[in-house]
Every structure is written in C-alpha cells, then in structure tokens.
Ligand binder design. Structure first.
Ligand SMILES: O=C1O[C@H](COP(=O)(O)O)[C@@H](O)[C@H](O)[C@H]1O
Length: 370
C-alpha cells in the first residue's frame, strides 16, 4: 500500500511525497506554496488537516492547512509573538501550543471545529523563567536566554516544555480557556540543552535528548525539580567522530519505535562538517557519507540503556526523521544535502535499517506521515 509523507523545512512550500514500498519509489507529487520556513508539522485531529510553524526569528506564525490531491492549502494563520520552532496539538482537540525558540515562550491558541485557528482568542504569551539570568551560562553561545524547543503532553493535560537555554523541562498547565502557567520543572545537568523528549509507552518515564550534551537521560513521571534523572546521560555520538569533535555536533530528534517500548532512536547532525568546525584539531581522515541515527536499546524496565548502535545514512544534518505509524519505515532528511531517504526497519530489536527509496527534496527539517 502506498504511503504519503508531507515534508516541510527551510523553504517556502510543503512537499507531498508518495512512497510505494512495492516499487521502491519515493516521488514528489506536489510542492505547494506556504508561509516561509514551515519547519515543524503536526497532525490535527481532523483527517488530512495539520498545523505548521512558519519559522522567522521576529515575525513567526503558526498556520493550519489541509492536504488533498492538489497538495497543501493553508486555511488559517496566526502570529506566535516570537520565533517558533515547534507546535503541539492538544490531545483533547481544543487547541495548539507553540514553542517560541526565539523569545523563550509558549502560547496557546484554541482551534475551531474545522481545525482552523481561532481568530478571536489566545493565551497571554508565557515567557519562561531564566535561572541563568545572573549567573555564568554553561554554554554562553547557546544558553544566552530561555529557548523553548518542544511542547509534549503527558497525562491530564500536563505539558512538558523543553527549554534548551535553561537546562530545564518546565511543567506547564492550562488554566481556564487558554491560560498557561509553570508549576514545576525537571532539572538537567548544566549545559545539557534539553531539546526534545518522548514519553515511554507505559507513561512512567520521560526520555530527554540534550542537543548540547549529545546524550539521552530520563526522568520519572511524575517527578519534580527535586528529582534526579533515573539514569546518567548516555552519549549518542557515533564512534566515527574522534574525541574532541563532538562540541560542533547538534543532536536533533528522538523517538520511540511505536511497537517496541525498548527501542529509542536519536538523530545526529553536522558530522560531515566536524573537521571544518574544529580547525585546530587534526582533520578527520575517514569521511562519512551522511549523519548517523543512534539506536538505544533500553533495559526491560526502561530505566537504563543496554546498548547503543548506529545506522549510517546518506543524509547530511538529520533534523528530521519520523517513523511510520505501523513501525515499518523511517523517513530521514538531510537538511544540507537536499535528500530524503526511506528505510525499512527490521531486526528483532528494530535496529536494522535497509534503504528502500530516496528522492531529492531541499532543506527538509520535519515530516508527517499521513
Ligand atoms: O538559533 C536558532 O536555532 C533554532 C533551532 O534550530 P534547530 O535547527 O536547532 O532546530 C531556530 O528555531 C532559530 O530560528 C534559530 O535562531
């Protein structure tokens, strides 16, 4: 059965790609104009409807869109009052919450029954606290201010807001129709830079990816700022990167296999630029063809990592990868080399990926599988 993928990124359109597993083909069927830099996409409850941020450091927006045979059509758009990088869709279908990386804030916008964004209502912008305001920043270049990077929903509407700038995952609740309030947080190690996370299948653990720490850790659910991680950070840099080069790499995406609570995938970025970014170190001799996805095999109780292996792709700078809902395929994009690849996921631990289709698409930073 053919699959459809939508690909957004640092471009001014969203591409619809048809993936036919039987034929081994990935074909661009449309590429419809949208607001600039549709860099993150999320499904809406209504079929063939989705939301995306339009990433701009000062004039960011979020928009709703539908997709049909003619491609993507934008149906509504709102300002986010910051530079957005992620949009979350409330589980109860009541609205969306945007994470503004630039501005370090979150904003709730209710949605209408047809999936469009309300034009009359939104929460006040919730600016995240900044614990490093009057103290040395662990990573001054990246932690100059709060930087909200993802909003993830747990149970009972609790929102986890990953703040790369503050080394915290804020716990945020909704108040009234659309207010937002910080009620607690999980504290990561200084300089960890929490970017994205995922809740374990049983809902008991929050796995957290540190973009700046190049590692994964986890917190109990529920837990408060007094809790320590349930395991120390486990690195995700491939062995092909010699000691000392990791500082110029940025981890990006984390996801669990949908049918296997013990297999966690994490993407690396910028391995191909590592020599250029570290001119004082001896150049890396063995040049890779693309970045690697780390496969973390979790312990049976989820509270530790048994092993880390790597899948080598041909994609340069993997900001985007998404697993199909049936768990059979991984779509991976190279933001810098204009390449989208689809891998078939095999092996009893879902750690064997076989390249089955590819297509050129420029500057892709996120997908959704329809
Ligand atoms: O510095 C910035 O980084 C963020 C995040 O980019 P990413 O590639 O690490 O996801 C971006 O949203 C923002 O526009 C930019 O100023």
């Amino acid at each position: 059965m053919p699959y459809t993928l939508l690909a957004g990124g640092y471009r001014s359109s969203i591409a619809a790609l048809a993936f036919d597993p039987a034929a081994g083909t990935l074909t661009k069927v449309s590429d419809a104009h949208t607001p600039i830099n549709p860099s993150w996409l999320e499904h809406a409850p209504a079929k063939n409807t989705f939301y995306a941020v339009s990433e701009d450091e000062t004039n960011g927006t979020v928009f709703s869109a539908v997709v049909n045979d003619d491609g993507v059509q934008v149906t509504s758009e709102r300002k986010t009052h910051g530079g957005p990088c992620h949009v979350h869709v409330n589980k109860d279908g009541s609205g969306i919450v945007v994470a503004n990386y630039v501005g370090g804030s979150v904003l709730h916008i209710p949605t209408n029954a047809d999936g469009t964004l309300s034009t009359t209502s939104e929460s006040p912008v919730l600016s995240l606290p900044f614990p490093y305001e009057n103290s040395p920043k662990p990573n001054p270049a990246r932690q100059d201010a709060p930087h909200a990077h993802q909003v993830l929903e747990g149970e009972n509407g609790l929102l986890y807001v990953f703040d790369l700038g503050s080394d915290r995952i804020y716990h945020v609740i909704r108040q009234g129709e659309s207010g937002l309030k910080v009620v607690d947080w999980n504290q990561c190690a200084p300089g960890f830079g929490p970017r994205h996370g995922v809740v374990s299948h049983d809902g008991k653990l929050l796995y957290v990816l540190g973009e700046l720490g190049h590692a994964v850790t986890a917190f109990d659910i529920p837990s408060t700022h007094d809790y320590h991680p349930v395991f120390a950070p486990v690195g995700i840099i491939p062995p092909s990167v010699p000691e000392g080069y990791s500082g110029s790499m940025d981890a990006a995406e984390i996801t669990l296999h949908p049918n296997d609570p013990r297999t966690l995938y994490v993407s690396n970025r910028l391995e191909l630029d590592a020599s250029k970014a570290n001119p004082t170190l001896p150049p890396i001799q063995e040049r890779q063809v693309g970045d690697a996805v780390a496969v973390l095999r979790l312990k049976a109780n989820g509270k530790g990592v048994e092993s880390v292996s790597f899948v080598r792709t041909n994609c340069d700078t993997i900001r985007a990868f998404q697993i199909s809902a049936d768990g059979k395929y991984a779509a991976v994009a190279g933001q810098q080399n204009e390449l989208v690849e689809v891998y078939e996921i095999g092996g009893d631990k879902h750690d064997q990926w076989k390249l089955v289709a590819a297509a050129p698409v420029d500057r892709v930073t996120d997908f959704i599988w329809l």
